[in-house]
Design a protein around this ligand. Structure first.
Ligand code: TRP
Length: 328
């Protein structure tokens, strides 16, 4: 708790191009949560270097993502929007938590595939645990793919608390109510992903209107020829979900609206609905990006704010594990 509000922590990586799925499935919900909770939304750039990055590209993408948080409607006065790498406590707490995490636990993480893995990728879930526990977060909105990491975070917190008393808040997952799960436009059995090799499967947040319309016109559907909301027509179902998420309509309303009309009419309608959501967002990112001084001030002020809360937890933890007191 911070004041009378529960604390919420979440983060996104600035790697790859964010997709419509990231927006409708996550970022858009963050905005609705920001009234109810005291929110920390991080650009988790330290996680990004577990895979080799071009420094200039990473820096640029991180800034765009931070700007996008604001453009999407997160007020940086009310929400702590900051770069993970600007708060040294993440790395410091991650080190301590590494000493409370078993190799076996990390070996079980599905995101950690054999490949040739650096130690950072291996302990990635511990850094994520540090992110969350540093702010004593009560809730963490995450997708299904991150649930395992959240479970590990809870295990580490409980283990630590079991030894040293109530140091960490044990966080709960926040699974969105509507949970708009957006699938690939080229393969509706697969989640829309920023790492998809086929760019036609994903709508990127920065795609221009023509590109968006083209991708929807090419979206894979079926030969049923009817716009119905059912599992037998996964492509159409996905398009209906996207249309609903963009217009606020319910699936049955959409089915009625397009009753007797063909895919050739429906697909561009979905494209237009998406453009009407993304275009203003893109314009706002562009406008905000021009105001360098403003974005810089957000970065500076929120890093200080995050650092303040992070240090409170970190000092407590350092004392518990037996680090010598600081002489001031
Ligand atoms: N691992 C998350 C992802 O790839 C990003 C992340 C890092 C995160 N730290 C977090 C998400 C803390 C929630 C809370 O999507």
């Amino acid at each position: 708790m911070l004041g009378d509000k529960k604390v919420l922590f979440s983060g996104m990586q600035a790697t790859g191009n964010l997709t419509l799925g990231n927006y409708l499935g996550a970022l858009k919900n963050w905005v609705t949560l920001s009234d109810e909770y005291e929110c920390f939304y991080s650009v988790v750039d330290m996680h990004s270097i577990t895979i080799r990055q071009d420094p200039a590209v990473l820096r640029k993408r991180a800034r765009t993502l931070l700007t996008l948080y604001i453009a999407a409607g997160l007020d940086p006065e009310k929400n702590c929007i900051y770069y993970q790498s600007h708060v040294s406590g993440h790395a410091e707490l991650a080190w301590i938590l590494n000493c409370f995490t078993y190799m076996g636990e990390l070996n079980r993480m599905t995101q950690f595939k054999d490949k040739s893995v650096n130690a950072g990728l291996f302990t990635y879930p511990v850094l994520m645990a540090a992110d969350i526990l540093l702010y004593q977060a009560d809730v963490v909105p995450v997708g299904i793919d991150q649930m395992q990491h959240l479970e590990l975070t809870r295990d580490i917190a409980q283990r630590f608390n079991g030894i040293y008393g109530d140091v960490f808040t044990v966080p709960e997952a926040y699974i969105g109510k509507v949970g708009a799960k957006i699938m690939s436009l080229q393969d509706p059995a697969k989640k829309m992903s920023k790492s998809d090799e086929n760019p036609n499967g994903s709508i990127y947040l920065m795609d221009d209107p023509d590109t968006i319309m083209r991708k929807f016109k090419r979206a894979v559907t079926d030969s049923e020829g009817q716009i119905l909301y059912r599992d037998e027509q996964p492509g159409i179902k996905n398009l209906i979900n996207i249309y609903c998420a963009c217009t606020g309509k319910a699936p049955d309303e959409v089915v009625r609206e397009f009753d007797g009309r063909g895919y050739a009419e429906f697909k561009p309608a979905v494209g237009e609905a998406v453009v009407s959501v993304l275009k203003p967002l893109q314009d706002r990112v562009e406008e905000l990006s021009k105001d360098k001084a403003y974005i810089d001030s957000v970065i500076k002020n929120n890093a200080e704010k995050a650092q303040y809360f992070a240090n409170k937890t970190l000092r407590k933890v350092q004392k518990k594990v037996g680090f010598p007191e600081r002489i001031r």
